[in-house]
Ligand binder design. Structure first.
Ligand SMILES: Nc1ncnc2c1ncn2[C@@H]1O[C@H](COP(=O)(O)OP(=O)(O)OP(=O)(O)O)[C@@H](O)[C@H]1O
Ligand SMILES: [Mg+2]
Length: 124
């Protein structure tokens, strides 16, 4: 199990959500955050220059996924969030020790919905 944290542009949230749902990811948490991604603005002043470290509005997705969903989730986030310009965001993948579904007491993979990627049903 992994915890996938992705920081993306607010204007790409809808595309990321759609891509994640298409990939079969069901449980996720979304937060508005402020982030700094290395870009600096240099302001000329009367005496010397000043560097402003700016924070931008970003949206953070967090999702706990079972092994079969790790690559699917990463691909979906990239597909939804990428514009090709600097500041598209970042994905962090961290090991996840334990997950508990409060209602049932189920743990780990059984507590993640779903546990396996949906198999594509052939269209007739
Ligand atoms: N090393 C980091 N640790 C924590 N958060 C980060 C890190 N790098 C980026 N972020 C978060 O991701 C947001 C977007 O970062 P950004 O897309 O600028 O990353 P980048 O690595 O500088 O890529 P790019 O070269 O495309 O700008 C930041 O505003 C910040 O919230
Ligand atoms: Mg950056």
């Amino acid at each position: 199990m992994k915890l996938i944290t992705a920081v993306v542009r607010p204007e790409r949230v809808q595309q990321v959500k759609e891509a994640l749902f298409q990939a079969g990811i069901k449980g996720l948490t979304l937060s508005r955050v402020s982030g700094h991604g290395g870009e600096q603005e240099v302001v000329e002043r009367y005496r010397g220059t000043r560097v402003i470290v700016e924070f931008h509005d970003k949206v953070e997705f967090k999702m706990a996924v079972s092994e079969p969903f790790i690559e699917l989730a990463i691909e979906a986030i990239c597909r939804g969030a990428r514009t090709g310009e600097v500041g598209d965001g970042k994905i962090f993948v961290t090991p996840l020790e334990r997950v508990i579904r409060i209602r049932t007491g189920e743990e780990d993979n059984s507590a993640l919905t779903p546990v396996a990627p949906k198999t594509l049903t052939p269209t007739r």
